[in-house]
Design a protein around this ligand. Structure first.
Ligand code: UT7
Length: 330
């Protein structure tokens, strides 16, 4: 017995990009007292100069909604033409229903299926892989992929290892049919044997509020060593699968975890000076699943990359999960 397969042989690519950066800018000086640190130490060890925190009335869904609307406008696509909404996040307020269902309703994506992806800082690239497969299989025509995080709700501002790193924001892309393939095959994986190095209990509703301890903990050095030790090879494999040489890339957009991780990967990949390196962490902090679309948007806004140019993205973090692709700038 054989069943029908979708009648399609389309390619897929990124059609539009949008972001949301919360209004409130938080400079290092605001955080250092509680963790006996300094602006200088934070800049030197992480690259972060400032980050943004969302307001009390904002959350993963509200920030993701704005980023999603901006991505739809950028793509010139109506919400009713979105078939699937995928949100990468681990700071949505509810275990269920999903942030994606809320965002789909907010934007009027009344024809869309909706689900969240839980792969922490690798989540955006996981979701891109799923979206690419959905479009090429014919199960969806246009897919909205959102990365949105409100980490300020779950961080313990007395914890020296995490208080200055994490921040809030959202980014979104529309993935849809294209004449030529605009997203490379994905390289991805996870190592659950190290699951304790970044871990968060599920009570995101109350975590981090006054009188309630943070539920997020990280063994920073272990994560740092893992990222620097293995993401270079992952990036080389992504390039290999994409069919491009490193010199053909217009930009390298790794997850904005720590500027020293980015610099170490640039060295390992031996990237030429012509390749633009995303360093959005300096002004955005580490926004987990939102960091890659935010960083890509910053490069496009400043004119450092333009539509159609190839860039390499790679996400990595809790899980320990990682994923990446080469894609063409929307
Ligand atoms: O996005 C998900 C994935 N996450 C990441 O990729 C994060 C990876 N990890 C990191 O980015 C880094 O581990 C951190 C930025 C979190 C920490 O930097 P580090 O270079 O690994 O610091 P460390 O924990 O090794 O500490 C170095 C020194 C220690 O002092 P001694 O023992 O050398 O005298 C710490 O006590 O710095 C001290 N220290 C601090 N000093 C001032 C640790 N935290 C602080 C602090 N301010 N906040």
């Amino acid at each position: 017995m054989t069943l029908n397969t979708p009648d399609t042989n389309t390619h897929s690519g990124l059609l539009g990009l949008g972001v949301y950066r919360p209004a409130r800018i938080v400079r290092n000086d605001e955080l250092v007292e509680r963790i006996d640190s300094s602006d200088e130490w934070i800049r030197e060890r992480s690259g972060i100069i400032e980050r943004r925190f969302a307001g009390a009335d904002e959350d993963v869904a509200s920030m993701g909604t704005i980023a999603a609307r901006n991505a739809l406008a950028d793509a010139g696509i109506d919400a009713v033409d979105i078939d699937t909404v995928i949100v990468a996040t681990f700071t949505h307020k509810y275990q269920t229903p999903s942030a994606s269902a809320e965002i789909a309703a907010n934007i009027g994506a009344v024809n869309a299926s909706a689900f969240d992806v839980g792969a922490a800082c690798a989540g955006f690239c996981y979701a891109i892989s799923v979206a690419d497969a959905l479009v090429r299989s014919g199960d969806a025509r246009n897919v909205l992929v959102v990365g949105s995080e409100k980490l300020s709700d779950v961080v313990n501002f007395d914890d020296r290892g995490t208080a200055f790193i994490f921040a809030d924001g959202a980014g979104a892309v529309v993935v849809g049919p294209t004449p030529e393939q605009g997203i490379s095959p994905t390289v991805w994986g996870a190592d659950g044997s190290s699951r304790e190095v970044i871990i968060m209990s599920p009570d995101t509703v109350t975590a981090g509020r006054e009188g309630v301890p943070s539920l997020l903990t990280m063994e920073g050095q272990r994560v740092f060593r893992w990222a620097v030790g293995s993401m270079g090879d992952v990036c080389k494999e992504i390039l290999d699968k994409s069919g491009l040489q490193a010199g053909e890339l217009a930009a390298f957009v790794p997850h904005q975890a720590n500027i020293r991780i980015t610099d170490a990967l640039v060295k390992k990949l031996d990237l030429e000076d012509s390749v633009v390196i995303a360093r959005d962490i300096q002004h955005a902090g580490n926004t987990s699943s939102a960091s890659i679309p935010l960083a890509l948007h910053a490069l496009r806004e400043s004119g450092q990359v333009t539509k159609g140019q190839p860039f390499l993205m790679v996400g990595f973090g809790a899980g320990l999960a990682f994923a990446g692709q080469v894609a063409l700038v929307p």
